[in-house]
Design a protein around this ligand. Structure first.
Ligand code: F0G
Length: 458
């Protein structure tokens, strides 16, 4: 029999209680947090969809592996396991362990960046952009044009605009730090990219003699989309698809907190000996010795095992289809979404949900507040709060899209949690015309969304 129901392909062995407060309590908590979800206490959150990063439930095998962690400063057995696993997956010679993705970013973009340098991506993730800009370099996003139309259906809406890449590489000849393919395109709606796109980028980078890097923290989820949507790919396993994509690149940055199913970890993988040597020096100065970086031996065990589990076809099928389940239910309610639904999250188009709130009054942040007060659901704005900039006159230059992301932690929530979220959206839809925007009362220079304070407009 072919079942229609997608079950969680695991049983629950250990549980963590959720405290469910009242709407009035949450309204006060939100006010105390200056209307910024990053400043909320997690004890006051019912469903935490802020991120899928570091929030996975580890398997019994991973927990058992942690007991075998070898905590030696140098030459640890756990490091050998992790290195073997990552090398087998990426076919890259040099593997540098880091405590999370942005540590790898700081090392590689700090080294390659600097004033006058240009980095080009389908869409830079916020920490990627921040590390590049912090070095003095410039980050340019060139997603395909279809990416900006949230309602448009396209199988690989996370793709990079290859024609524009070629043009930019000619224009900035000699100044390009690297071309970065973010797999999947997190800030661009969690959309996947095709193997053909990665092949095209690799060919152009080769021709221009420019470094091609993968920001690969959701590459297993991306492999699911390639296998099911791209011609001639269905015969390959998910792991083989990922291996093929890694083989095209000169290096990779991975936040293991996503597809490696761990709570902390990351790595930088490189082919080039000279570049690796420079990065290893920085690794030792800032993260730790080359055989642990910023990680404990037990973390490295969990990463090695997680990187195997993530390619399990039953797991990946459940993962992508359960995200789709939430997206479809919201779509049926008429919630404007980034379509098609991606792998790790559902993205709401807040500009369309609240057309009466202009970008400088942050429609996405307004929805984030509503979801929290009504359902205790914590989400994150990916719009003008995260990516807005000011011009010389101090006027806000809005982001291309005003999205709110519902990122789903891996192996954590069940179908009834999802139904509860859908029910909350029924109420959101009823109230949509009454909702007001916010203004920022305090903000830092970099990554302002983490710590900014807001005030609701009356
Ligand atoms: N690259 C991408 C595409 C990411 O999504 C993230 C993190 C990073 C790099 C940085 O990795 O957090 O381990 O330092 N994304 C998280 C998120 C934070 O919520 O999407 P990190």
């Amino acid at each position: 029999m072919q079942h229609k129901t997608i079950i969680e392909p695991f049983r629950i062995k250990s549980v963590e209680p959720i405290s469910v407060g009242t709407e009035a309590e949450r309204a006060q908590c939100l006010k105390d947090a200056h209307y910024n979800p990053f400043l909320l206490r997690s004890d006051n959150v019912v469903i935490d969809f802020m991120t899928d990063s570091g929030t996975s439930a580890m398997s019994a095998r991973q927990w058992a592996g942690m007991m075998e962690g070898d905590e030696a400063y140098a030459g640890s057995r756990s490091w050998e396991r992790m290195e073997r696993e990552v090398r087998d997956l990426t076919s890259m010679q040099h593997i540098l362990p880091t405590h999370q993705g942005r540590a790898a970013e700081r090392i590689i973009y700090g080294h390659l960046g600097g004033p006058g340098k240009i980095f080009i991506s389908n869409t830079h993730f916020d920490t990627t952009r921040a590390n590049i800009e912090f070095s003095g370099a410039t980050a340019i996003d060139i997603p395909i044009a279809e990416n900006k139309d949230t309602a448009l259906q396209h199988p690989f809406k996370g793709n990079m605009d290859i024609g524009e890449l070629d043009r930019l590489l000619k224009e900035h000849k000699g100044n390009v730090g690297a071309v970065i393919l973010t797999v999947t395109n997190n800030s661009g709606g969690g959309q996947p990219m095709s193997m053909a796109n990665a092949e095209g980028i690799a060919a152009i980078c080769n021709r221009h003699g420019v470094l091609f890097l993968l920001d690969c923290c959701r590459i297993a989820e991306n492999s699911w989309f390639i296998k099911h949507r791209e011609k001639d790919m269905e015969g390959l396993s998910y792991r083989e698809i990922a291996q093929r994509m890694f083989a095209l690149a000169d290096g990779a940055v991975m936040s293991a907190k996503k597809d490696a199913l761990v709570n902390m970890g990351g790595f930088l993988a490189l082919k080039d000996d000279t570049l690796a040597e420079a990065c290893i020096n920085l690794l030792i100065i800032t993260e730790g010795f080359a055989t642990y970086g910023g990680l404990a031996g037990r973390d490295m065990e969990a990463i090695a095992i997680g990187l195997q589990e993530i390619f399990d076809p039953h797991y990946l099928d459940y993962r992508i289809k359960s995200t789709l389940f939430l997206g479809k239910k919201m779509h049926d309610l008429g919630v404007p979404l980034m379509l098609p639904i991606g792998g790790h999250a559902v993205y709401v188009d807040a500009k369309k949900l609240y057309p009466h709130i202009p970008p400088h009054e942050y429609p996405g942040q307004a929805l984030v507040g509503e979801l929290y007060v009504l359902g205790g659901i914590r989400t994150v704005e990916i719009g003008s709060v995260m990516f807005g900039t000011y011009n010389a006159e101090g006027t806000l230059q809005p982001a291309p899209m005003e999205l709110v992301r519902l990122a789903i932690p891996r192996r954590v929530y069940t179908q009834s949690h999802i139904e509860y979220v859908v029910e909350t959206f029924e109420e959101i839809m009823k109230r949509r015309s009454r909702i007001r925007g916010l203004r920022i009362t305090k903000e830092p220079k970099f990554l302002r969304h983490f710590t900014a304070h807001f005030e609701p407009l009356s």
